[in-house]
Design a protein around this ligand. Structure first.
Ligand code: C5P
Length: 222
């Protein structure tokens, strides 16, 4: 543990996409680069926290000062790793882009084309990692992300309530912001307040987010 706004606190951060296998060579993924989540993990470590980083499939180096990194692939694996890490955590920041669905059956053999016939994939819903944690007693302070293309504020406030979160960081994706780009802009929402963090690098936004998380955590949990 170092000095700073999160000194003495244990923080779990999840980052990156999830990949849901279809067969041995194909998967369903998404365009999350993991950069926002890795920047958040770095900022939390800089703020003095002991940080566990649960990373989906990304090609990013572990930030300096991060105590532990657990690499996972699927949403189910991410949930197991996050739950385990959250058994002894004060704050969980879910910055990962968890796939909403996975193939109901993973084929052991490579799927083959069948002469012009359409192919259907049956998908089943993945568990919601944040909402699952919120339902457990003694859970850490929970921070979620919401990437939206429209109606950002109302979707973000809806997710804050429905998932039982303490804070949510919402961003508008598209227009050179969001996924696969270096810059972003966030608006933070909590039960009785909000704060806009204007367009900046993901590293700078992560530092500002961590400062607010520290403040809200102290207000909520002393
Ligand atoms: O995908 P969605 O907009 O619902 O994501 C909002 C928040 O919920 C994010 O912080 C994301 O990491 C989290 N989430 C989760 N488990 C899921 C889907 C999303 O923890 N299965």
């Amino acid at each position: 543990f170092g000095h700073g706004a999160l000194a003495g606190l244990r923080v779990v951060v999840s980052a990156g996409p999830t990949y849901e296998d279809i067969d041995p060579v194909r998967f369903i993924g998404n365009r999350s680069s993991g950069r926002m989540g890795f920047a958040v993990a770095a900022a939390a470590a800089q703020a003095g926290a002991s940080v566990s980083l649960v990373a989906g499939p990304v090609s990013l180096a572990t930030p300096a000062g991060v105590a532990r990194r657990i690499d996972v692939r699927s949403a189910a694996q991410m949930q197991v790793a996050v739950r385990e890490a959250c058994q002894a955590a004060d704050i969980y920041i879910g910055a990962s882009a968890v796939g909403d669905y996975r193939p109901a059956n993973v084929s052991a053999l490579k799927l083959k084309k069948s002469a012009g016939a359409p192919l259907s994939l049956q998908l089943e819903e993945n568990p919601d990692i944040l909402a699952g944690l919120a339902a457990q007693s003694g859970h850490p302070f929970l921070v979620g992300f919401a990437a939206e293309t429209h109606d950002v504020a109302s979707y973000a406030r809806g997710k804050l309530r429905s998932k039982g979160l303490d804070m949510i960081a919402a961003n508008q994706v598209g227009d050179g912001l969001g996924f696969e780009v270096a810059e972003n802009a966030l608006t933070l929402y909590w039960a009785d307040g909000e704060l806009a963090l204007p367009r900046a690098t993901k590293d700078e936004l992560a530092r500002q987010l961590i400062a607010q998380v520290a403040e809200r955590y102290r207000a909520a949990r002393g």
